[in-house]
Design a protein around this ligand. Structure first.
Ligand code: GLU
Length: 392
C-alpha cells in the first residue's frame, strides 16, 4: 500500500475498486479498432477468438456483458483495398460509407466467434443523438434489458452512416460510457492498445509512471493522458479518461487495459492488478439527472451572472431568468443546455423549462415581470434544480 506522499497526482487506492470489479454483475466491454484489426484492415483472428472466449467465460460466471465493438471503418477499408473479383479495388470512399460496408463483416466475425460458445448475439447501432433524446434513450434501455434478460449478447457500434457528426476518433469510448449508463452497468472495461494510464508516454519517456488507479475527475489525470489523439492510439488516453469521467458521474467503475493480451478481460474481472482502474463518484447520479450529465448533448448555452454562477456551483439552486445574461442556440422546452459563467467557464448542464425565444425575452427579468412580457408564465425557474447537474 502506498503512503499518501508516494501517490501520483490524482492516484487513488486500487484495492476497493478491484473488489468492485470482482463483484460487477453487468459489464460493458469496449474493444477498439486498433486492438481488433491489423494495420492492413483485416481482423486479428486471435483477438476475436480470445475475447469471445473471455466474454463467454464471464457470462458463464453469471455476469451480463454488453460488447461495444469498433472496427467497421477498418474492415470496410480493408475490404475495399483487397477488392472483389470484378469490382475496382481502392479506397476513395468516405468513412461513413466504409463503416456501412464494414459493419456486416464485423458482425459476421463476432457471430461466428460466439456461435462456438453457443451465444446468440444482437446488433445495436446507436448515435449520440439517439441517446441525447430522452424517449429514445429509455427505449434503448428497455430493449437492451430485454436482450440481456433473454441471455443474448448485445453488440453495439455507432450507427456511423447516419451520425451527423463526421466520424471522430474516440467516439466509441464515449459511446461505451453512455451504453454503460443505458444498461445500468456496474463496470466499463475499455480494451485498448496500451496497457494502462501513465504520467507520460512510457515509450518515449523513461520516467513515465503507471497509475494503478486514478480519479478521472482530477485535472492531472486528464493532463497526463495527453491531448487529443496522442501516440497512445486511436482515441488516445485522453478520450479514455473522458469516458471514465462520464461513467464515474453515474457511479460506474472503469478500467483501461491491454486488449491484445489473451485472458485480459478475465483477469480484470477477477480483480487482478491489470491496467488502470478509474474511481467512480461516491454518489452516482441517477434518473433524469444522470442522463443530463452523460448522454444529452447541449442544444444551447445560457450565460449567467456572478450571483447565479455562485448559487449554481454551490449546488441545490435553480436558475431563474433574472440570473441569465445571454442565451445562445435554438432549443425547445425540455432540451438540455450548457450553463456557463461570465468568463465562459462551464458551470453545468440543465434541462430548460423555456424555449430559446422565450428565454431570450425573459433573460435578466425578475420572475414577477415574466407573465407581463410573455403573456403567461411558463415556469418560475428557467432550469429547475432537479434538472441541473454541476460540471464534474
Ligand atoms: N464506429 C467506428 C468503427 O466502427 C469507430 C469509432 C471509434 O473508434 O471510436 O469503425
Amino acid at each position: 500500500m502506498k503512503s499518501g506522499a508516494d501517490l501520483l497526482p490524482g492516484e487513488v487506492a486500487a484495492g476497493p475498486l478491484r473488489e468492485r470489479l470482482q463483484a460487477a454483475r453487468r459489464v460493458v466491454v469496449k474493444v477498439g479498432s486498433q486492438v481488433l484489426c491489423q494495420p492492413n484492415g483485416a481482423v486479428d483472428a486471435a483477438v476475436v477468438t480470445g475475447l469471445s472466449a473471455d466474454v463467454a467465460a464471464a457470462r458463464a460466471d453469471g455476469r451480463q456483458i454488453v460488447l461495444v465493438s469498433s472496427g467497421a471503418v477498418a474492415l470496410g477499408r480493408g475490404r475495399r483495398a483487397r477488392g472483389l473479383a470484378g469490382t475496382p479495388a481502392g479506397d476513395g470512399m468516405g468513412k461513413q460509407a466504409l463503416a456501412a460496408l464494414g459493419q456486416p463483416l464485423l458482425m459476421a466475425r463476432w457471430q461466428d466467434a460466439f456461435e462456438v460458445h453457443a451465444t446468440q448475439v444482437a446488433q445495436i447501432l446507436l448515435t449520440h443523438a439517439d441517446l441525447g433524446h430522452r424517449g429514445r434513450f429509455l427505449h434503448a434501455r428497455r430493449v437492451m434489458a430485454e436482450l440481456l434478460d433473454a441471455g443474448v449478447l448485445p453488440i453495439v457500434n455507432e450507427n456511423d452512416t447516419v451520425a451527423v457528426e463526421e466520424l471522430g476518433f474516440g467516439d466509441n469510448d464515449q459511446l461505451a460510457a453512455m451504453v454503460a449508463h443505458v444498461v445500468g452497468a456496474d463496470a466499463l472495461v475499455l480494451l485498448t492498445e496500451v496497457d494502462a494510464l501513465y504520467t507520460a508516454d512510457p515509450r518515449t519517456d523513461g520516467r513515465a509512471r503507471r497509475y494503478a488507479a486514478a480519479d478521472p475527475r482530477h485535472d492531472a489525470v486528464l493532463a497526463g493522458a495527453g491531448a487529443g489523439t496522442s501516440h497512445f492510439g486511436t482515441g488516445g488516453m485522453h478520450s479514455k479518461v473522458l469516458a471514465a469521467r462520464k461513467a464515474a458521474a453515474v457511479g460506474v467503475v472503469t478500467v483501461v487495459a491491454a486488449g491484445k493480451l489473451a485472458g485480459m478481460l478475465g483477469r480484470v474481472l477477477a480483480g487482478a492488478a491489470e491496467g488502470t482502474v478509474f474511481r467512480p463518484a461516491a454518489h452516482g447520479l441517477t434518473g433524469r439527472r444522470s442522463w443530463i450529465a452523460t448522454s444529452a448533448r447541449p442544444k444551447g448555452t445560457l450565460q449567467v451572472d456572478a450571483g447565479a454562477a455562485r448559487a449554481l456551483r454551490s449546488g441545490g439552486a435553480s436558475l431563474l431568468p433574472i440570473g441569465v445574461v445571454c442565451v445562445d442556440g435554438s432549443f425547445g422546452v425540455g432540451d438540455v443546455v450548457a450553463v456557463i459563467d461570465g468568463d465562459g467557464q462551464p458551470i453545468g448542464r440543465g434541462r430548460v423549462r423555456y424555449g430559446a425565444d422565450d428565454a431570450r425575452k425573459v433573460a435578466g427579468l425578475r420572475s414577477d415581470r415574466i407573465a407581463a412580457v410573455l403573456g403567461w408564465l411558463p415556469a418560475t425557474e428557467l432550469v429547475h434544480r432537479d434538472d441541473f447537474v454541476v460540471a464534474g
